[in-house]
Structure formats: structure tokens, C-alpha cells
Design a protein around this ligand. Structure first.
Ligand code: NAD
Ligand code: MG
Length: 370
């Protein structure tokens, strides 16, 4: 059914290897969707934006390929506010009502919110059943669907309850990106640019050259950007699945970014608030400026990064009205910190990120003040 030449795959190795498939119309490919399913039960978890667009084609393709399957569905409201223990409980109830056995499979059909929540439910049902990630946002295709981190939020903070539970397969249907709002596409592109910034200067240059094609959603360039990003993430998580070392590099810009997201009221439905990818874009520029200020990297690389992000329509400065001292206080609470020292991902220049264990707070404050 699929033009084989347009299908790309990335292998993720390690203790529980799996394959990431990237290509058009994969959500209609019943054989591919059914292949990872071991038992008779599939629960599709989706949100109320994605489900009406794509759930029926997944169900139809699955049942056509494997008529004896019992397929249940849980639909949660779209948005980060749904990544809760309550909706996790609803997913567990749905598995129980389906009569799901230990060979059941959870299909996470949606963005990172659905992927994290459904993945966590799969990690917990009967102490762990299979999960197939069907990411429908660019961000989830290049980041959250790969690597096995699953979680829900609690009022005290984001992602505080979760598990490492690698998927059995990742199937990224690039056709689904056609319905994605432009702002969500750009948020995903910020994370794509991050891979270039932390470890791949040639990819960084390629992203500058292919900007128009990527912003247009041109199929070949988009699939290539996803595949290259997944290769980078796969290489890193293969070597460091539990984030004891180099996996932290994936957080370039994230300590600054999370501080901005939290300070502006995380999850508050204000359109002028930065979303995650936008906050990471600003955060990467702040990390680059701090690196230059500490004498670690040439200031010219900050300018190159800022110019690329701006060309992609992404923000590069802290939104007006956020207090630098308050942002610094948020950064002190980051999970990466050890023994009360600010631990940040900085860089030596484009393509060379590194973890710096004890960053001078005065220098950070200077950068936050602009
Ligand atoms: P999301 O899941 O909220 O999706 C963004 C919006 O796009 C939602 O409103 C959704 O309904 C809509 N949408 C999704 N696919 C669509 C499509 N094809 N067409 C039209 N609309 C569509 O957000 P996200 O940016 O995908 O993911 C963010 C979440 O991912 C956060 O909760 C974050 O913590 C998590 N995350 C996890 C990891 C990890 O390693 N597990 C990594 C990065 C991010
Ligand atoms: Mg991120």
C-alpha cells in the first residue's frame, strides 16, 4: 500500500529494541499496525482533536488485517491539562472493561500528551503490557514517542509520576502532519533544530537550507528531518536509557525553557503564552548566550542559532513581564541539579553541547536580564 521508497525506518537498539517507521499513510497500513500486536486486545487512546481525524482509519485498518481483534477506545480532552492521574485511571478502567490480558497492546494515537499518558497506563496495567506509539505531532514524532519515558503531571509539577517503558513499535504517519496547526509544527521544528545544535553541525546547516520546504511541510524534507532526529535520539537513549549521563544533552534549552513555561503559568490556556517548543527555542538562545559569556563558545554561534530560530518563526527572547529573579528561582528547582548547584546543558558552539555541573548564578542572572 505504501510506496516503499518513501518509507524510512530507524532501529532503536538496547535491551528492548524496536523500530521507528516514518512515512505517508502508515495509519492506514493494517499489516504494519497489527504486526506488533501479540494478543487479542487493543486499546486506542487518543484525544478529542485527533480521534475524530484518525481513530476510525486505525481501527478499520487493524480489524481488516486481524478480524478477531477486540478494539476499545479511550478519548481524553486535548491538551496538557489531561495528563493527569484521573485520566490515567480512566485508561486503566478502559483496559479492565476491555478484559485486556497480559498480551494486550495500547495504541497511543496523538501527540506527546497522549503518548506519555497511554504509555504510562501500558507500563502499569498488569505490571506492563505492550505500547505502540502512533505520534501525530511533529514534536511527538521526533522526541516524546522515542526513548520510553512515560508520565503524568500532578499539581506539584510536570512528569513527576511515571515509568521508563519503551514502546514495542513507533509508527509515524507523516500524512497526519497535514492537519497540524502551523504553530505546533514550528514547536516540533524547535526540537529538530535542537538535535543539530547539540550534536550535528551538518544537520544544522541542512535545516537552514531546507527551511522553506520544512515550514511548507514538504514530504521528503519533513520525513528526512524526522528520521535524522530519531537517529540522534535513538543513539543517545540506546547508550543511556535511564538518563544517567549523555541523555541529559537532549535538555539543551530546557532548564531555561521550563522556567519560562512554569513562570507564565503552566498549562494556562493563554495563546500568548509560549508553548514547549517555543520556550525551548528561547532557552537554547539563553544557553548559548550564557556559554559565550562564560567563555565556552564563540558569540557568533549564538547569533547563528538565533538567526535560524527566527527564520523558522520561533521566539528567541524572554516574554515581557517575566521577572529574572523568579526565573532563576524556578531553575534552582530543576531535576538535573545536584546538591544545590545549578547544573545546565551549555555548548562549545554549534553541534557540541555539554553538561556543566556548577554554573555561576550571577552569570545566569545576567543572561536572564538580557
Ligand atoms: P499535545 O499532545 O498536546 O499535542 C498538541 C496539540 O495538537 C493538541 O491539541 C492535539 O490535540 C493536537 N494534535 C495532535 N496531533 C494533531 C494532528 N495530526 N492534527 C491536528 N491536531 C493535532 O502536545 P505535543 O507537543 O505533541 O507533546 C507535548 C507533551 O509531550 C508534553 O506533555 C511533554 O511533557 C511531552 N514530552 C514527552 C517526552 C518524552 O520523552 N516522553 C519528550 C518531549 C515531550
Ligand atoms: Mg522537549
Amino acid at each position: 500500500m505504501n510506496d516503499a521508497s518513501s518509507l524510512r525506518t530507524v532501529d532503536v537498539g538496547g535491551a528492548t529494541p524496536y523500530v521507528i517507521a516514518i512515512g505517508p499513510d502508515l495509519l492506514r497500513d493494517g499489516a504494519r499496525l497489527a504486526a506488533p500486536v501479540r494478543g487479542r486486545h487493543v486499546l486506542i487512546v487518543s484525544d478529542d482533536t485527533v480521534s475524530p481525524l484518525y481513530a476510525s482509519r486505525v481501527r478499520a485498518a487493524l480489524v481488516q488485517a486481524r478480524p478477531q481483534l477486540q478494539v476499545g477506545e479511550l478519548v481524553i480532552p486535548a491538551g496538557e491539562a489531561s495528563k493527569t492521574l484521573d485520566h490515567f485511571g480512566a485508561a486503566i478502567t478502559a483496559l479492565a472493561e476491555l478484559g485486556a490480558t497480559r498480551d494486550a497492546c495500547v495504541f497511543a494515537l496523538g501527540g506527546g500528551v497522549v503518548g506519555d499518558l497511554a504509555g504510562f497506563a501500558a507500563a502499569c496495567w498488569m505490571r506492563g503490557v505492550d505500547c505502540v506509539q502512533l505520534p501525530t505531532t511533529l514534536l511527538s514524532m521526533v522526541d516524546s514517542s522515542v526513548g520510553g519515558k512515560t508520565a503524568v503531571d500532578i499539581p506539584q509539577g510536570k512528569n513527576l509520576v511515571g515509568a521508563f517503558h519503551p514502546p514495542r513499535a513507533v509508527i509515524a504517519d507523516t500524512t497526519a502532519l497535514h492537519s497540524l496547526p502551523a504553530r505546533e509544527l514550528r514547536a516540533g521544528l524547535a526540537e529538530v533544530i535542537k538535535y543539530g545544535a547539540i550534536r550535528d553541525p551538518l544537520f544544522f546547516q541542512w535545516l537552514a537550507a531546507e527551511r522553506e520546504a520544512l515550514l511548507r511541510g514538504e514530504a521528503g524534507a519533513t520525513a528526512q528531518a524526522i528520521a535524522r532526529s530519531c537517529e540522534h535520539k535513538a543513539e543517545i537513549v540506546e547508550r543511556d536509557p535511564l538518563e544517567k549521563g549523555e541523555r541529559a544533552l537532549l535538555n539543551l534549552g530546557h532548564t531555561f525553557g521550563h522556567a519560562i513555561e512554569t513562570e507564565q503559568g503552566y498549562g494556562a490556556p493563554h495563546n500568548d503564552n509560549l508553548n514547549h517548543g517555543e520556550a525551548v527555542a528561547v532557552g537554547m538562545v539563553l544557553a548559548a548566550r550564557l556559554s559565550a559569556r562564560l567563555g565556552m563558545a564563540p558569540a557568533a554561534d549564538t547569533d547563528t542559532l538565533r538567526a535560524l530560530l527566527e527564520a523558522y518563526g520561533l521566539p528567541t527572547t524572554i516574554p515581557a513581564g517575566l521577572d529574572p529573579q523568579a526565573l532563576l528561582a524556578r531553575m534552582r528547582l530543576d531535576k538535573k541539579n545536584v546538591a544545590g548547584r545549578l547544573r545546565l546543558v551549555l555548548w562549545r558552539g554549534i553541534g557540541q553541547a555539554e553538561v556543566v555541573p556548577d554554573v555561576d548564578e550571577a552569570a545566569v542572572l545576567d543572561v536572564l536580564r538580557g
